[in-house]
Design a protein. Sequence first.
Length: 288
Amino acid sequence: MTAYPGYPIIDVHIHIQPWWQLKPDVQTTMARGRSNYDELLDIMKRPELFLSLMDEAGIESAGLINYVAPDLMGFDDTCCEYVIDYAKAAPERLWPFGSVNPRLRTDCGARMRELIDQGLRAVKIHPPHQLVQVNDYLGPYPHQAEIYEECQKAGLPVMIHTGTSIFPGARNKFARCMPVDDLAVDFPDLVIIMAHGGRPLYMDEAFFLIRRHKNVYIDISGIPPKSLMRSFPRLEQVAGKVLWGTDWPGPGVPNVRGNVEQFWALELSDESKRKILYDNAAALFSRC
């Protein structure tokens, strides 16, 4: 078996974000243990540098994760325009993810239409950081439903952070996967991706949901590839519902290529590996 796949890879979970917006305590957490923080900051400003890293790692396309969480992380509404503009350097390869935070604004439908018209390719929701649950359209934020209605109409996937967060101020009571069940029931044509597969506490919930709902998927970003089969021992059975992602440059992900090499060494069929590393994401994002 070769040490690396002989076909291109799609990484749906890369954090290209305006780090200069980070709150001081979050910036300290992000910089801890890194000797290359200034280099990463430069990458956030210069897409040509990131494209070179993609080429070195054999990455054809990447999802660039952004979400609005000004009071906890520091990212304000302009992070969406930032990533849309960043992706213009190579729109076929760089897929901008942004968000509307229903806790902070009520014109969710109008804002979603604006972002879609500008070129947004997917929505990212981060409940522990945005302090809102994905099914709060059934409770305090009925206007949240407009986000899903617009995404369903336009064919945009909605990626939801599932699982815990270590960042200062994160509220892990929002970390569970099960609220996604409401979303999948109420918006049956919406493509939903549960980022991180509920790691580390809610992986059983994630596995149940991707088997129950035809349009619900997981990405496996942020899960060390060497522990992936312990986390999802029946991964082979659901290979068609799993997307590759690394969470780079998140803590514990020093480089994209290293994660791919570790995944490629797992005892999975070549067919399953190709579905996860490329085919599934290529099919989903061809719709938007």
